[in-house]
Design a protein around this ligand. Structure first.
Ligand SMILES: Cc1cc2nc3c(=O)[nH]c(=O)nc-3n(C[C@H](O)[C@H](O)[C@H](O)COP(=O)(O)OP(=O)(O)OC[C@H]3O[C@@H](n4cnc5c(N)ncnc54)[C@H](O)[C@@H]3O)c2cc1C
Ligand code: FES
Ligand code: FES
Length: 495
């Protein structure tokens, strides 16, 4: 039962007699202003279905794997609202204060729009369970892209699973949609204005920026009450996939995004990334694209677009998975972490942060603020490889990155990281020591791959046997060199 005292709302938990704080939040859901007082760890999916009775958003895996619950979240960005697709099953209510939430009901109009009618006409929907999620992901794609192409549209659907159609009909529908939506918005017209004009979005979207400004203000900042909390929540993609029930009994601190611009910046020859930057943010950063031309592709294998839109770099690093993709990526760059608590600011090398399985050099009060690394030299070469059971939407069996500085075919500096082969994400130090000052030849690379086997301790698990992981690491080391240095080594010499 909801009770109130001194302006704080709370619920009495009947089972345990504990008091669980709730928080009052305001946001716009579709065309309606919603004010709610609930525990901030309530998932948006549950709130939509159980409280607002908006049951078009479907519930299936509750782990971010199927896309049935996909919605759009819009955030005020100067004069416009920027929208991203997210999994509402992993999204806490406490993170949507002052935002615009769009469900399938919110894009419905008198007539079906081109996305809806194309899916229908091409047989892209059968039982219909997945269809709202597909429609929201496609809408999110058109809200964010200017140059439409089928490949990017397919990537935006990498988190949507359909049990019925076999995908051929969905693919036909997307071809039809891109055929119709083949022109871009003229200069000076926002994406929202363009899509309203094309009948893809209802007219009320045009007024959302002003309405969000009205509800913006101190009381509508992201929920941030429990200062001594041990439950920092960033994107929530790890926490809510694993621990959604426990979080309903916990005090939480939301690490909001609004206050933390810029997300990626450089100073002198250093690059900084805010811990609150999402995987999508780093993929679309012009600075990072310049430093790592392949960054968009490397991270397309990270979850699905709705996961990448919410998963932060800070959350990935602190979650300390031995196969965390961004950890493996930044380890080879000798990245440094900047942590702070009320009493202390400190810097820790990323490679020293992991002390054992899920055991990190951080106390409960410390927040990771940003990471930094030296911008690679002109003669620096970088590559990232990930092998998983499925190409997309899967965590790695083994992943690895390499950064090498090479002069006239001689390795002057090298780091190779490896994930999934030890309790912690690791740098292959002995392997790299061997390679320093060596020419890039098939013999040296084969020797290095042998040394790497002495550094790792993989275990059998659901992602593969220890032997398979050993083999994968060897092949990935070969792949790094074949991709980066085809002038010096080719695949035939290595196998
Ligand atoms: C379907 C699915 C697919 C996934 N695929 C991948 C994948 O391909 N590759 C991969 O590496 N991971 C993957 N993940 C894992 C997850 O998405 C990432 O680890 C993500 O980066 C976590 O970020 P978050 O912001 O969601 O963290 P949260 O869930 O909010 O937090 C994770 C942990 O970090 C802590 N934390 C977060 N930010 C900070 C901070 N700034 N300071 C202190 N503590 C902090 C939290 O307290 C919590 O303990 C996947 C997850 C799901 C559900
Ligand atoms: S219910 Fe499957 S991704 Fe949310
Ligand atoms: S139409 Fe049935 S799951 Fe996609």
């Amino acid at each position: 039962m909801l009770e109130s005292w001194a302006g704080i709302n709370y619920f009495r938990n009947k089972n345990y007699g504990e008091i669980i704080l709730s928080i009052s939040i305001s946001f716009i859901c579709n065309n309606q202003l919603v004010q709610a007082s609930l525990h901030p760890a309530t998932t948006v999916l549950d709130f939509l279905r159980k409280h607002l009775r908006l049951i078009g958003t479907k519930e299936a895996c509750r782990e971010g794997d199927c896309g049935a619950c996909t919605i759009l979240v819009g955030e005020l960005n100067n004069e416009n609202v920027s929208y991203r697709s997210v999994n509402s099953c992993l999204l806490p209510l406490g993170s949507i204060n002052g935002k615009h939430i769009v469900t399938i009901e919110g894009i419905n109009q008198k007539e079906l729009n081109v996305i809806q009618s194309s899916l229908l006409d091409e047989g892209g929907t059968q039982c219909g369970f997945c269809t709202p999620g597909f429609i929201m992901s496609i809408t999110g794609y058109f809200l964010n892209s200017h140059d439409y192409n089928l490949n990017d549209l397919a990537t935006s659907l990498d988190g949507n699973i359909c049990r019925c159609t076999g995908y051929a009909s969905i693919k036909r529908a997307t071809q039809k949609i891109t055929g119709v939506m083949n022109d871009s918005n003229p200069a000076g017209e926002s994406r929202v204005e363009f899509l309203v004009k094309r009948g893809v979005l209802p007219e009320y979207f045009l007024h959302i920026p002003d309405r969000l400004k009205e509800i913006a203000g101190e009381k509508n900042k992201p929920y941030n009450e429990a200062v001594n909390s041990i439950n920092f929540i960033a994107g929530g993609t790890d926490l809510f996939a694993k621990d959604a029930e426990r979080l309903l009994e916990a005090e939480l601190k939301f690490l909001g995004r609004q206050k933390v611009k810029p997300l990626v910046w450089n100073k002198d020859n250093l690059c900084f990334i805010n811990a609150a930057a999402t995987v999508s943010d780093i993929q679309s950063s012009e600075l990072l694209q310049k430093i790592f031309p392949g960054i968009k592709n490397y991270f397309n294998s990270f979850g699905s677009l709705p996961i990448r839109n919410n998963a932060t770099i800070g959350g990935n690093i602190v979650n300390a998975s031995p196969i965390g993709d961004s950890i493996i990526f930044f380890l080879v760059l000798n990245a440094r972490l900047f942590l702070s608590s009320e009493s202390l600011n400190r810097e820790v090398p990323l490679k020293n942060f992991y002390r054992g399985y899920k055991n990190i050099d951080k106390n409960n009060e410390e927040v990771l603020n940003y990471i930094s690394f030296d911008i690679p030299e002109e003669n620096g070469y970088f590559n990232f490889e990930k092998v998983s059971k499925r190409t997309y939407m899967d965590i790695a069996t083994v992943n690895s990155a390499i950064y090498a500085e090479v002069k006239d075919g001689v390795i002057m500096h090298i780091n190779i990281s490896a994930g999934g082969v030890a309790p912690v994400p690791m740098l292959l130090e002995k392997t790299c020591d061997y390679l320093i000052n060596k020419n890039i030849t098939a013999e040296h690379i084969k020797n290095a791959a042998v040394i790497s086997q002495s550094e790792i301790s993989p275990i059998d698990d659901v992602r593969g046997s220890a032997g398979y992981k050993r083999l994968l690491l060897r092949q990935i080391i070969f792949a790094h060199f074949v991709k980066l240095f085809p002038v010096y080594v080719n695949v035939k010499e290595l196998i």
